[in-house]
Design a protein around this ligand. Structure first.
Ligand code: WT7
Length: 661
């Protein structure tokens, strides 16, 4: 059996018809509008995108050609020759269009009393100042600047300051280790590092500058390090290299006037490192004109952001979600973006709802892992706050299992508010497959349909088109403005990872199927697929079945080598608070999966565990789970991105107790 026979047996059949927009001003008001837009974009992609780019972005001078591409080479250019500046689009133009005194960023720090509101005018001033600091440190157009910062306003300010002078930012999530930071600085040869003394997280103060110091030891490219005072920690400052943000932004000669650098549409805006299935993380390259157009376009259509909304994306700016949907998309539109420094569980599991109530949030975008974690704590926490301001909910990062979807819908969305399950990747720059909130009938667990202009297809291993409900490789056949333009410093890897196996098309690496109604069901990374007796099972589906059992909070499923079946299913299961592990429950869960999906999906082994090895972005590190399931307890590879590395040892002990080896 080959990879094309991935089985997707999700039994989910519920549908939820869209509600009509209570304000009657949705950008895409119904399915007819969607169909018409899809057709238009399909027949004339260049015309469609040129229109969007003109409407959403202010250009200093027009482009020569809307699109030039060769997906075999690959070489993709959108709006080439056009000149623009991202920071101008996110700031300056709003000073003239009536939004000068509007909140651009509402920042809620982890301590309840730490709140800052930046109007567009205030943000503009800070960005110009910091842009001048960067210039004073010798940063020029095209130079790389590494940003290693917690979720504080200075992170957004530094991004926009880089964009203003044409420097390329490379954000490294503050949860990454010194070694990870070092690798990323080295790969991009960054000249300047911007960091903070510490990160505030769940009531603790975690020093950050020492990591940067450790990393910079082996980074000869770095001339300067700018340090934000977040926590008032004493940190060693290296003479000549390090300076405090609050001092250098007010040094002699640093004014708040800084002209935006005119950039070509295809100049690099940023690099963002992401892990692949093999090797070191790759530096995904995004450029200026296409990325900004795409981020603004999707923010507008998918989240339906309008001028009076308070919009909150709970991601960290260190991930692509934060780049596109906390900073660039919302600010390009002149929206109000809430930036939150804290975590969902501290000081209590109602923190998110308390923040929603406090700022009367209208649009809320989070990850399934968060939904499941909060679901586990029970609904009483959601009832403590008035969250009726919410109008629209979003989900991203992994397939949302129907159980979590229903909980989100029922308890956060009051059973009426649209949920947009948005499928995309670091590489895609923005959302590709998603419901449109007031147009699409929803199916829990399905990302629904490709957005207009997105030519998504499911193909078999030989490149032929898969039929309805047949699992296969999810590919995108035509370029879209937000797509990556390279892997930094590694054109070979760019080509081989994304464009080689299915020549002329972008390979997402995900498996999916399309149902009879044309709905996409993402089945997870193809490398996470299990082959049991020649049948392919999507791990996400087994997990979803397990999680739909009333006793289960979370589940992670991997393949385990099996002498007869090839592979069998090994499930790690976290039970809901108050539920006890037992042999009976284990049996009941196996029977449950069998009836939910079919005998083929029955887990061979179920290991109960208190926690799963998750990265700080909430992704389960299956590589580690596969090793433990296989009884291999070393050589886990890079585990530096785990939120709690201690989980690994616990899992090993649990496995040994369970199977005796
Ligand atoms: C991978 C990309 C996109 C920003 C956050 C993650 C999975 C993402 C969904 C979704 C099913 C999803 C895919 C994809 N994924 N969103 N709505 N439904 N799967 O970015 O770290 O680049 O990860 O996340 O497997 O390939 P990323």
């Amino acid at each position: 059996m080959s990879e094309l026979d991935i089985e997707s047996l999700s039994k989910e059949k519920r549908t939820f018809a869209p509600i009509s927009d209570p304000r009657a001003k949705a950008y895409v008001p119904d399915m007819e509008a969607y169909e018409a837009l899809y057709k238009r974009a399909d027949e004339d992609p260049e015309g469609f995108w040129a229109e969007r780019a003109k409407e959403l972005v202010t250009w200093f001078s027009p482009w020569e050609k809307t699109l030039e591409y060769d997906m075999h080479k690959p070489e993709i250019k959108w709006f080439a020759g056009g000149k623009l500046n991202v920071s101008y689009n996110c700031l300056d133009r709003h000073l003239e269009n009536g939004r000068r005194n509007k909140a651009a960023i509402i920042w809620q720090g982890e301590p309840e009393e730490d709140v800052k509101v930046y109007t567009y005018q205030m943000l503009h001033t800070e960005v110009c100042r910091f842009a001048n600091v960067l210039k004073a440190k010798g940063v020029k157009k095209g130079d790389r600047v590494a940003l290693y910062l917690p979720m504080i306003p200075e992170l957004a300010i530094a991004m926009l300051a880089c964009a203003r002078i044409g420097a390329i930012h490379s954000i490294v999530f503050a949860g990454f280790s010194a070694v990870s930071l070092q690798n990323r600085i080295q790969d991009s040869a960054a000249k300047v590092v911007v960091t903070a003394d510490a990160v505030l997280r769940a009531g603790r103060t975690i020093p950050l500058k020492p990591n940067a110091d450790e990393a910079m030891k082996k980074c000869p490219s770095v001339d300067h390090c700018i340090v934000v005072n977040r926590a008032g920690l004493e940190v060693p400052m290296q003479e000549g290299r390090d300076c405090w943000w609050h001092e250098c932004t007010h040094a002699d000669g640093i004014t708040d006037v800084c002209e935006p650098e005119p950039m070509d549409a295809e100049d690099i805006l940023f690099i963002l490192y992401t892990s692949g299935s093999t090797g070191k993380p790759k530096g995904v390259v995004h450029t200026t004109g296409g990325y900004l157009t795409y981020a603004a376009h999707t923010t507008q259509w998918v989240f339906d952001v309008t001028d009076n909304d308070v919009y909150w994306c709970t991601a960290d700016v260190g991930w692509i979600t934060g780049h596109s949907y906390i900073v660039y998309g919302p600010l390009c539109l002149g929206a109000t973006s809430l930036m939150f420094e804290g975590v969902p569980s501290w000081p209590g599991p109602d923190r998110f709802w308390q923040v929603v109530e406090k700022f009367k949030v209208n649009i809320f975008y989070t990850a399934p892992t968060v939904v499941r974690a909060l679901m586990r704590e029970g609904v009483d926490w959601t009832r403590k706050h008035d969250i009726s301001s919410l109008r629209l909910l979003g989900s991203v990062g992994e397939p949302i299992n129907p159980e979590a979807w229903m909980w989100y819908h029922t308890y956060i969305g009051a059973g009426t508010k649209p949920i947009v399950d948005t499928w995309w990747q670091t590489e895609t720059g923005g959302i590709l497959i998603s419901a449109l909130p007031y147009a699409t009938t929803l199916k829990p667990g399905s990302a629904t349909k490709p957005l207009p202009g997105v030519d998504a297809a499911i193909v078999r291993a030989d490149g032929s088109l898969a039929g309805p409900n047949e699992g296969g490789h999810l590919l995108i056949r035509k370029p879209w403005p937000g797509m990556l333009r390279g892997v930094y410093g590694n054109p070979e890897r760019y080509k081989s990872t994304y464009f080689q196996r299915f020549p002329g098309m972008y390979e997402s690496g995900d498996g999916a199927r399309v149902d009879d109604d044309g709905y996409f069901w993402i089945m997870g990374r193809l490398d996470d697929v299990i082959n049991v007796s020649g049948h392919r099972m999507g791990t996400a589906e087994v997990e979803s079945a397990l999680v739909s059992h009333e006793a289960v909070a979370e589940a992670a499923v991997v393949g385990m080598p099996h002498a007869i079946k090839g592979e069998s299913i090994y499930a790690y299961v976290t039970l809901k608070t108050g539920i006890d592990e037992s042999e009976d429950l284990r049996k009941a869960l196996r029977a449950w999966v069998r009836t939910e999906i079919g005998p083929i999906a029955t887990p061979e082994v179920i290991q109960f565990t208190e926690g799963l090895p998750k990265t700080r972005s909430g992704k389960i590190m299956r590589r580690v789970l596969r090793k433990i399931a296989a009884g291999v307890y070393d050589d886990f590879g890079d585990t530096s991105t785990l939120a709690d590395p201690g989980v690994v040892q616990d899992l090993i002990e649990g496995k040994k107790d369970l199977t005796g080896n």
